[in-house]
Design a protein around this ligand. Structure first.
Ligand code: GDP
Length: 443
């Protein structure tokens, strides 16, 4: 998970603060020392960390905070706001030209994920009922054109190519014309990368830019490279005046330094975050939601949106109400598991739930078909009353359920434990909804 180390460290620090009725200046200083270390360890740019801590400190040591009834929560709120600001404040949306097609130039070093991200972006646009065209302007990497064509076939998105004997500038220009002639409203131009930044690459990109006047120049950077990604972004931005950054491989980046420093160092907003090699792994980047996730406040908004796109909205609402009122039953659990299967990998879903990372058993809970079958059998072996009141499940009842469902008692116990943990987490969440930090999070 992205930000794993940082999230758990910050949550530890704030766990301590939250419990305190009164905060001394020393408490705040101590907490901020730990925040500083946590950020540095997450590979956040040194200067960015320094400014960040200074900003939080000025606000946290203010009179208002110290006088507040829940000073710990106020400090967390300040950190939340500053983290959000650090990552750009508000969402920076993809441009949309008044005179279609909107031209998007994808740039970046080789291996950063440019071609894959072009495909992901095409898919995202397609989902929003746009008609994207992808243009293969990387004539140097032997497989690049083919790769884009394969992506296009998978997505049913047209790909414009002219082979590798024509100059990238010509290809880009002809590609834009092709989009105009064929009614495509977005053109995504996959340009060439290099292993390192070099002058000829920059010249080529500048020439393309001058010729086609793109609405967006998106730099694709590999977030796993941490501060290198930030340096690359800085160089590209100086030369090309980027309009946005796409962070890829966030799935593998446990530290998160690039995501936290790119905007502050370059001034260029992060527009998308990419995860995984599958084509649906691209999401608009929301600084506030990301900050909430890092601070363990969860990202219910993204989760709910995700649910609404793939799932019956009424059901999702009803589930949310049940979670809030602590009325979640085993039957709901079963139904939820079915729905979750449609949402994608469970670990990604868990990241969005507040406090989920604190619950040990949750991480090991795999939603595969075999497991689903087992869980289903267990739940179906319960009486209606048991399904609604897990506390009824004593040793005898568990034994009966194990026999009835063809599972061992240990398996039944493990599942019930996971269920109870989940209920606890939901209760915790409803607690957070009731306080200031939680509400802000759901604005
Ligand atoms: P390009 O040279 O910049 O065009 O890079 P590619 O699109 O060919 O990607 C390089 C490698 O990174 C490929 O193996 C991709 O499957 C992989 N990749 C791209 N984006 C992501 C991502 O968000 N997460 C993960 N885990 N892998 C990615």
């Amino acid at each position: 998970m992205a930000f794993e180390g940082l999230a758990s460290r910050l949550q530890n620090v704030f766990g301590k603060l939250r419990g305190k009725g009164k905060l001394s200046e020393e408490d705040v200083n101590e907490a901020l020392r730990e925040v500083r270390l946590a950020l540095l360890e997450a590979d956040v740019n040194f200067k960015v960390v320094k400014d960040f801590v200074a900003k939080v400190k000025t606000q946290a040591i203010g009179q208002e905070v110290m006088k507040s009834f829940t000073p710990g929560m106020v400090v967390i709120d300040i950190v939340n706001k500053e983290l959000t600001a650090l990552m750009g404040g508000t969402q920076s949306k993809l441009a949309r030209s008044n005179r279609p097609p909107t031209i998007i130039m994808m740039v970046g070093l080789q291996g950063a994920g440019k071609t894959t991200t072009s495909g992901k972006l095409a898919k995202l646009l397609q989902k929003q009922n746009h008609r994207p065209l992808m243009v293969a302007a990387d004539i140097y990497r032997p497989a690049a054109i083919k790769q884009l064509q394969v992506l296009g076939e998978q997505l049913n998105v047209p790909v414009f190519t002219m082979g590798d004997k024509v100059s990238p500038v010509e290809i880009a220009k002809a590609g834009v014309q092709h989009a105009k002639d064929n009614g495509s409203d977005y053109v995504i131009i996959d340009t060439a990368g290099r292993l390192h930044i070099d002058e000829s690459l920059m010249d080529e990109l500048k020439n393309i830019r001058a010729d086609i006047e793109p609405d967006e120049i998106l730099l694709v950077v590999d977030s796993m490279t941490g501060q290198d990604a930030v340096n690359v972004a800085e160089s590209f931005h100086k030369q090309l005046e980027l309009t946005g950054v796409v962070l890829t491989k966030l799935d593998g980046d446990t530290r998160g330094g690039a995501a936290l420093s790119v905007k502050a160092v370059t001034g260029c907003p992060i527009k998308f975050a990419a995860t995984g090699e599958k084509l649906d792994g691209l999401e608009p980047f929301f600084p506030d939601r990301m900050a909430s996730r890092i601070l363990g406040m969860g990202d219910m908004l993204s989760l709910i949106e995700k649910a609404q796109s793939g799932i019956d909205a009424d059901k999702a609402k009803e589930m949310e109400r049940k979670m809030r009122n602590n009325e979640f039953t085993f039957e709901d659990f079963l139904e939820q598991m079915e729905q979750v299967k449609k949402l994608g990998p469970l670990d990604q879903i868990l990241e969005m739930l507040p406090g989920a990372n604190k619950i040990k058993g949750m991480k090991d809970m795999k939603v595969d078909d075999k497991q689903m079958g087992k869980v289903e059998a267990i739940v179906k072996s319960m009486t209606t009353e048991e399904k609604r009141k897990p506390e009824l499940l004593n040793a005898n009842r568990r034994k009966r359920i194990a026999l009835g469902s063809g599972n061992s008692i240990q398996e039944v116990n493990r599942f019930i434990k996971q269920f109870e943990d989940m209920r606890k987490m939901m209760k915790q969440f409803s607690g957070m909804m009731g306080n200031k930090g939680g509400k802000n999070n759901l604005k």
